[in-house]
Design a protein around this ligand. Structure first.
Ligand SMILES: NC(=O)c1ccc[n+]([C@@H]2O[C@H](COP(=O)([O-])OP(=O)(O)OC[C@H]3O[C@@H](n4cnc5c(N)ncnc54)[C@H](OP(=O)(O)O)[C@@H]3O)[C@@H](O)[C@H]2O)c1
Length: 295
């Protein structure tokens, strides 16, 4: 996995965070047709969390519009969905292309008559010290994670404003709430998504357009493999994890009942809280978290 504080060492942290048990929206009982009639576009739908979102939303009755660069993988996802009685449209594209994101929204509206939800999920990671973070790496992460989110959101915004309804869901990371060693570039892009969506929520206040942030912790997907391919190294993760299906379930629930922020791994919000209330304590806490390169 990428970054993320969620990698806890085998040893327990020196400062134990209290555990609060309260029910969040994503505990809603599953209703198989609860997204019936919605149209959901997903970037990065060829793998991992994006694919899980596509499968979950389709299984709850939504028509899903699948975007990523690997068209063959998107067609596999779509075939599995349609074989199960769902509706899926493949619109291959690169999130770093403004034109591709406009095409994604246009094709969704042309095919299904509307766009209810845009899940801006496509993203890449990088693990390395600042000395190892070249300007090229930094630009690549900004292009995919920040500009990609902007292009998807901007294209969806136009449809949402015309319809006077819509929901933007951005997949950030707990690493955007609190950086740890080796994640400066990645955390910066994930924090940028937070400021972007918080501001949009203020812009959309009083309208029927929603904007939500999702903060997954470490989630086994292809993320590490891609990091290895892109940058020549992988990272080892230990500690709390959730599955892509867990994240997708939390996102489906956020579509049904829009909430500003979603922590699919519930206790992760405590790190965000400590980070604001006691940043020095958070600095010490995260020494115990983080990702490591394999020896
Ligand atoms: N896995 C984790 O531990 C974790 C934790 C917190 C947050 N997240 C966030 O969750 C999101 C999804 O990550 P994941 O774990 O599911 O990773 P993944 O398995 O590697 O999937 C990433 C997806 O993004 C797509 N993508 C990458 N670059 C793209 C580009 N330029 N244009 C269009 N699509 C692109 C990939 O499709 P193609 O290669 O086919 O284009 C793929 O579908 C990311 O934003 C990540 O930061 C992940």
């Amino acid at each position: 996995m990428p970054v993320s504080f969620q990698e806890i060492d085998a040893k327990p942290p020196r400062f134990e965070l209290p555990t609060l048990n309260f029910e969040l929206a994503y505990d809603r009982p599953v209703s198989l047709q609860s997204l019936h009639g919605r149209v959901v576009a997903i970037t990065g739908a060829s793998a991992g969390i994006g694919r899980a979102c596509a499968e979950r939303c389709a299984s709850e009755g939504a028509a899903v519009v699948l975007s990523a660069r690997r068209a063959d993988r998107l067609h596999e996802v779509a075939a599995a969905i349609t074989a199960g009685g769902g509706r899926a449209l493949v619109v291959p594209g690169d999130v770093t292309s403004e034109a591709d994101m406009r095409t994604l929204v246009d094709r969704a509206v042309a095919t299904f008559g509307q766009l209810d939800v845009m899940i801006a999920n496509a993203g890449i990671g990088f693990h390395g010290s600042l000395g190892e973070t070249t300007a090229e790496v930094m630009r690549r992460l900004i292009d995919v994670n920040v500009m990609g989110t902007y292009y998807a959101a901007r294209a969806a915004h136009e449809a949402f404003v015309k319809q006077q309804t819509g929901h933007l869901i951005v997949i950030s990371s707990i690493a955007g709430r609190r950086g740890v060693a080796g994640t400066a570039a990645y955390s910066a892009t994930k924090a940028a998504q937070i400021g972007f969506v918080e501001s949009l929520r203020a812009e959309y206040a009083g309208t029927n357009i929603h904007a939500s942030l999702v903060y997954p912790v470490s989630t086994p997907t292809e993320f590490h493999d891609v990091m290895q391919q892109n940058f020549g190294h992988a990272v080892r993760g230990v500690g709390p994890k959730q599955t892509a299906a867990d994240v997708a379930r939390a996102i489906a629930d956020c579509i049904v009942s829009p909430t500003p922020e979603v922590y699919p791994y519930r206790r992760a919000w405590l790190l965000a809280l400590v980070s604001v209330a006691a940043p020095g304590l958070a600095d010490r806490l995260v020494q115990k978290y983080g990702r490591r390169r394999p020896a």
